[in-house]
Design a protein around this ligand. Structure first.
Ligand code: PMP
Length: 438
C-alpha cells in the first residue's frame, strides 16, 4: 500500500498567492450539480442545442499499421461535452485516460496520493505550479543550463535562482547536495527544484538512475518538491530500457508526494493541440486548478474531446506503437546530425550525443582562451556571424539562469532533412574557422 504525505504537509509549499485565492464561487459548486435529482440553476452555460456543430470526423494514421487510416466520428454526448464548459481540472474521460497511462508508464495508480490536471500544453500547468508554490524573492533550485521557457516565470518573481550543475549524466546530485549542505542557516531553504530529466532542453542529456535516486533522497532530506518537466520522455533513443521517472521512483520512498510531474502531448501528437498535464499531490493540483478557474476557466473542452477521441480509438497499445514510431523517427534524425557533427566539427566543437529529445548542445572550441581561463563565448559568433552565413542556432547564454558567458550552442535537429543538416553544420564549421582566425 502506498503511503502519501498528508494534505497539511503542503501548507508551507503553497505561495501566498495560492493561499489567498478564494475558490471560484460558481466553478466551486459545479460538483454539486452531479447529484441525481438536483435541478441546477447555477451556471450561465449556453444551451448546447444552439451550437451549430453536429459532428467532427477525425482521421488518423493507424499507429499499428501506418498504411491504414482510422476514422473516428465525434458526435452526440461526446461532442456536446466538447462544446460546453467542462470541469476545471480537465475533461473526465481524458483524465481517466491519463490515470491509465500513468499507471502503465510509471506504476502510479489512481487514488494513491495523486491526481491529474490538464493544461493548455505543459507550459500552462508549469506556470501555474510555479505561481502556486513560489513567492516573490524565494530561492529556487534550477538545473543549469535550464529550459529558457521557465526563466521568465522565476525572474518576474525576483527569485534567487540557485544553479545546480549538470553534465552528460544529467543533473549533478553532488552539486545539489553541496548547495543544500552549505545552505546559510538563516536563509529559508528552497522549496522547489526544476529539472528536465529526459533529453533536457537545452543539453539533450538524460539523468541516470543513480542521479535520480540521489536527487529524490535529497528532496526528502532537505524537504523540497521536484518539478519534473518531462516533455521528451517518449523521445528516448537509448538501447537499454528507459530509466524510471521521478514520479515512478518515488514509489520506492517511504512515502509519495514530493514529485510534481509535467507531461506534454506536444512532441508526440501535436504541439498546436495544446495538451499537457500535471500529476502530483492533491493540494498542489488544487492550487493549480484555482489559478485556472480564475485565469482561463479551463483548458478548451473541444481540444480535450478530440484528443481523447483519438487516443481512445488507438487504445494504449496504439499510443505505445505511435510513440515508439515517433521516437525512431527522431532517433534517425539524431544519428544524421551526429554524423554531420563528427564529419565537420571534430576538433572544432565538443559534444555528447543525446539519448533523448531534440537537441544537440555543443561547445565551440574557439582556441581563444581569454586569459582568465574562460572557455569563450558563443553569443556573437552564433547570433551574428553564423546567421550571416545563413544558419540560425541558439547561443547557450539564453539558458543560463544567472546569465554569463558560455561557449555552448543549442541546435535542434527535429526538422531538418539530411542535406539541410550537412549544409547547416558546414556553415557552422566555416563560422568557427573564421572566428578562430580573427
Ligand atoms: N518544457 C520543456 C523542457 C520544453 O522544451 C517545452 C517546449 N519547448 C515545454 C516545457 C512546453 O511544452 P508544451 O508545448 O507542452 O507547453
Amino acid at each position: 500500500m502506498v503511503k502519501a504525505l498528508p494534505p497539511e504537509f503542503y501548507a508551507p509549499f503553497l505561495s501566498d498567492l495560492a493561499k489567498e485565492r478564494k475558490p471560484s464561487p460558481i466553478r466551486g459548486l459545479y460538483p454539486l450539480e452531479a447529484r441525481p435529482g438536483v435541478i441546477s440553476l447555477l451556471a450561465g452555460k449556453p444551451n448546447a442545442t444552439t451550437f451549430p456543430l453536429t459532428s467532427v470526423t477525425l482521421t488518423s494514421r493507424s499507429p499499428i499499421d501506418p498504411t491504414h487510416e482510422i476514422t473516428t466520428k465525434v458526435h452526440g454526448q461526446a461532442l456536446a461535452d466538447g462544446l460546453q464548459y467542462g470541469p476545471t481540472a480537465g475533461l473526465p474521460a481524458l483524465c481517466e485516460w491519463v490515470y491509465g497511462l500513468q499507471e502503465r508508464e510509471h506504476g502510479r495508480k489512481k487514488g494513491e496520493g495523486w491526481r491529474v490536471s490538464i493544461g493548455a500544453g505543459s507550459q500552462d500547468v508549469i506556470f501555474k505550479a510555479v505561481m502556486a508554490m513560489v513567492n516573490t524573492g524565494d530561492s529556487v533550485l534550477v538545473e543549469c543550463p535550464v529550459y529558457a521557457g521557465v526563466l521568465p516565470m522565476f525572474q518576474s518573481l525576483h527569485c534567487d535562482l540557485i544553479e545546480v550543475e549538470t553534465d552528460s549524466q544529467g543533473i549533478r546530485s553532488s552539486s545539489l547536495r553541496s548547495i543544500l549542505e552549505n545552505w546559510p542557516e538563516l536563509k529559508p531553504k528552497p522549496k522547489v527544484l526544476y529539472t528536465v530529466p529526459y533529453g533536457c532542453n537545452p543539453t539533450g542529456m538524460t539523468a541516470t538512475l543513480d542521479r535520480r535516486q540521489e536527487v529524490l533522497a535529497l528532496a526528502r532530506e532537505h524537504n523540497f518538491i521536484i518539478l519534473e518537466d518531462d516533455p521528451y520522455y517518449y523521445l528516448y533513443y537509448g538501447d537499454s530500457p528507459r530509466h524510471p521517472s521521478y514520479f515512478a521512483l518515488e514509489l520506492e520512498q517511504p512515502e509519495v508526494g514530493r514529485v510534481l510531474r509535467f507531461d506534454s502531448l506536444s512532441k508526440i501528437l501535436s504541439s498546436g493541440i495544446r495538451i499537457g498535464f500535471a500529476c502530483g499531490p492533491e493540494p498542489l493540483l488544487a492550487a493549480i486548478d484555482m489559478h485556472t478557474a480564475v485565469a482561463n476557466l479551463q483548458t478548451p473542452s473541444l481540444t480535450q474531446t478530440l484528443t481523447f477521441a483519438l487516443l481512445d480509438a488507438w487504445g494504449y497499445a496504439g499510443f505505445a506503437a505511435h510513440t515508439a514510431a515517433v521516437s525512431s523517427f527522431y532517433r534517425a534524425k539524431r544519428d544524421v546530425f551526429a554524423g554531420a557533427l563528427r564529419r565537420h566539427l571534430t576538433g572544432l566543437a565538443e559534444w555528447t550525443d543525446p539519448e533523448a529529445g531534440m537537441f544537440f548542445w555543443f561547445k565551440l572550441l574557439l582556441g581563444s582562451d581569454d586569459g582568465n581561463g574562460e572557455e569563450g563565448d558563443s553569443e556573437s559568433i552564433i547570433r551574428t556571424k553564423a546567421y550571416e552565413r545563413g544558419v540560425l542556432a541558439l547561443p547557450g547564454t539564453v539558458f543560463l539562469p544567472r546569465g554569463g558567458k558560455t561557449a555552448y550552442v543549442r541546435a535542434a535537429f527535429s526538422l531538418l532533412d539530411e542535406d539541410q543538416v550537412e549544409e547547416a553544420v558546414k556553415r557552422l564549421k566555416e563560422t568557427i574557422l573564421e572566428a578562430r582566425q580573427s
